[in-house]
Design a protein around this ligand. Structure first.
Ligand SMILES: CC(C)(COP(=O)(O)OP(=O)(O)OC[C@H]1O[C@@H](n2cnc3c(N)ncnc32)[C@H](O)[C@@H]1OP(=O)(O)O)[C@@H](O)C(=O)NCCC(=O)NCCS
Length: 190
């Protein structure tokens, strides 16, 4: 995917980002999480849109992938929200629309988040993924080391257990992912 633009989200894109969140939760988590929990956590209303707008404006911690003017995925990142890793940065979430998955875009966005976190002074990173999600391989492929499990309870609802992945050397993980992206683009031109 050469025509993909990786950039910070703009506040007016809040609703599009929420729509992607809802769509990818439904395409990925159906069968993994009870539908009533998905529906409870993934409803869209003006409050959610407004708070997403504020978040983008104030924290500037969402990076999107755009193809031909359309946002097809995003990541959010910032300081770790896990007290066991209080000095680390964290990629909180990564969602790519189903039809664009597996093309290297998720790695590109994650790399942009890692680079931003490194520029902010972080040397280590965590990511988390529901234990029965097939995309755990993505977290390992980014260079994360499995550290154990943690309970995932957004808005006080117990969704399940998450696997925790740790990057003990963020600089090395950035190099690893740059290399993997280079190899992917070389393979395409062969
Ligand atoms: C996880 C996600 C963000 C990865 O982005 P992506 O663009 O699809 O992934 P990439 O093409 O950059 O792939 C990087 C690695 O992820 C893994 N991966 C990608 N697609 C995968 C798939 N369909 N099944 C399993 N692993 C996959 C592979 O390990 C891949 O490494 P490789 O290129 O060496 O084979 C994206 O697939 C997604 O949104 N999935 C659904 C939502 C989700 O589960 N998000 C993670 C929540 S923790």
């Amino acid at each position: 995917m050469d025509n993909v633009i990786i950039r910070k989200a703009h506040p007016e894109e809040a609703e599009t980002i929420i729509d992607i969140n809802i769509e990818v939760w439904n395409s990925t988590y159906k069968g993994l999480i009870p539908q009533e929990i998905i529906d409870k956590l993934q409803s869209k209303d003006n409050n959610r849109i407004e708070s997403m707008k504020q978040r983008i404006q104030n924290r500037q911690n969402i990076i999107v992938a755009e193809i031909n003017g359309k946002i097809i995925g995003y990541n959010s990142f910032g300081p770790s929200n896990d007290e066991k890793y209080h000095d680390s940065g964290q990629i909180y979430a990564g969602y790519i629309l189903k039809e664009y998955q597996g093309l290297g875009i998720g790695r590109k966005i994650a790399l942009a988040c890692m680079t931003e976190l490194q520029e902010k002074g972080y040397h280590t990173l965590i990511t988390k993924c529901l234990e029965n999600n097939p995309f755990n391989s993505f977290h390992k492929s980014l260079g994360g080391i499995y550290m154990g499990k943690d309970s995932f309870d957004p808005m006080g609802l117990h969704v399940g257990m998450e696997n925790v992945y740790y990057h003990d050397n963020l600089e090395k993980s950035i190099e690893l992912n740059k290399k993997k992206l280079e190899i992917k683009s070389e393979q395409k031109t062969l």
